[in-house]
Write a protein that binds this ligand. Structure first.
Ligand SMILES: [Cu+2]
Length: 349
């Protein structure tokens, strides 16, 4: 309420000042006075331009450096490091161009202030100059676009076969993860099969689903290759891993995917950020309903051994104690071969 009243007062003050200026203008018109701008006015204005330049640049530099504390910490995935480097190249270019153009703008305003007897130089056209200032930005932008496309192709390239398959299932308002187990293949699922005991609707008739495990936390072995398969049960969600610099829409009725290679464990990131309570998170980045803000899942990046230990404690979708353990980096190739064989066996049945 106080905020609203303050805003109203500020607005009224602005209107009053504006009306007063108008009254002064009308009075001057009535007296038939011409507006007089003296040399002194021009000098003062010229100097103000320089002051504005110095204070503006100083303030801009200070606040930009100060705002760094709001940025995310260093990227915790291979792709993330690439996208960050691309962002920093863009920042560097923008900053250089900003300083050159702004310094020239205000310096010229001071240098070429109006003086009695001084005439502006008439300079209608210069094709060479126009060519230069068109071609340089065009070449720089082309370079950025080509490099960006190269990165994009790299980031969205198909995941290698040995990548660990994890399903990330979004619904209003939480996430569930399903690990594909030793065969590295997710069992079929169908929303019609969803029950209280089978939250993701995994098909019990599909052999591939027998060793799948459902978890309420995401754990990833550091240095591994992971492919997320995203699903949604109700509306559009967006799985956002800010620290991995990865995001993908979760669309009801279709599978989307994203390949990541986590590079920094949770423990290391706690040291990097100086925050002993730091945790990676998976967030929803689509406003999907009233509790959207609360749709998050903790993610742990840890050494492969710790991952194996944690994985053992997680429940199977269907009770099956003899199922194989999850894929971990050390034996990914073996598992890929085994899963290929498994698929053959299943296919021949
Ligand atoms: Cu959501």
């Amino acid at each position: 309420m106080i905020k609203l009243l303050t805003l109203i007062v500020i607005a009224l003050a602005a209107v009053t000042i504006w009306r007063l200026m108008r009254v002064l203008e009308l009075v001057r018109d009535l007296r038939n006075e011409d507006e007089q701008i003296t040399d002194k006015d021009n000098r003062v204005n010229g100097r103000l331009m320089l002051w504005f330049l110095v204070l503006g640049m100083g303030g801009m530099t200070y606040f930009t450096i100060d705002a760094k504390k709001y940025l995310l910490p260093v990227a915790a995935s291979k792709h993330g490091a690439l996208t960050d480097s691309y962002l920093y190249i863009n920042f560097a270019l923008i900053i250089v161009v900003f300083f050159i153009t702004q310094i020239l703008l205000f310096y010229f305003a001071w240098k070429y202030q109006h003086k009695k007897g001084q005439k502006a130089f008439f300079y209608p056209v210069d094709h060479k100059l126009e060519f230069i200032w068109t071609i340089i930005p065009a070449v720089v932008l082309m370079g950025l676009i080509v490099y960006g496309l190269k990165l994009w192709i790299n980031i969205t390239a198909p995941a290698p076969k040995e990548a660990m398959v994890i399903e990330v299932y979004g619904k209003q308002f939480d996430w569930t993860a399903r690990y594909s187990g030793g065969d590295n293949t997710l069992g079929r699922s169908n929303f019609k099969l969803i029950t209280d005991d089978n939250q993701l609707g995994v098909d019990s008739l599909d052999e591939n689903g027998k060793d799948d495990k459902i978890t309420r936390e995401l754990h990833l072995p550091v240095g591994s290759k992971v492919i997320f398969k995203f699903h949604s049960r109700d509306v559009l969600h967006s799985a956002y891993f800010p620290h991995l610099r990865a995001q993908m829409n979760c669309v009801p009725g279709m599978t989307t995917e994203f390949f990541v290679e986590p590079t920094i464990t949770t423990d290391s990131m706690r040291l990097i950020t100086g925050n002993p309570k730091f945790d990676y998170v998976l967030l929803c980045n689509k406003i999907c309903g009233v509790a959207h803000y609360n749709m998050r899942m903790k993610m742990v990046i840890e050494p492969a051994d710790d991952f194996k230990k944690w994985y053992k404690t997680q429940p199977y979708v269907f009770a099956r104690p003899d199922a194989a353990p999850a894929v971990v980096p050390a034996d990914t190739v073996k598992t890929a071969q085994a899963s290929a064989q498994n698929r053959k066996i299943v296919a021949s049945k």
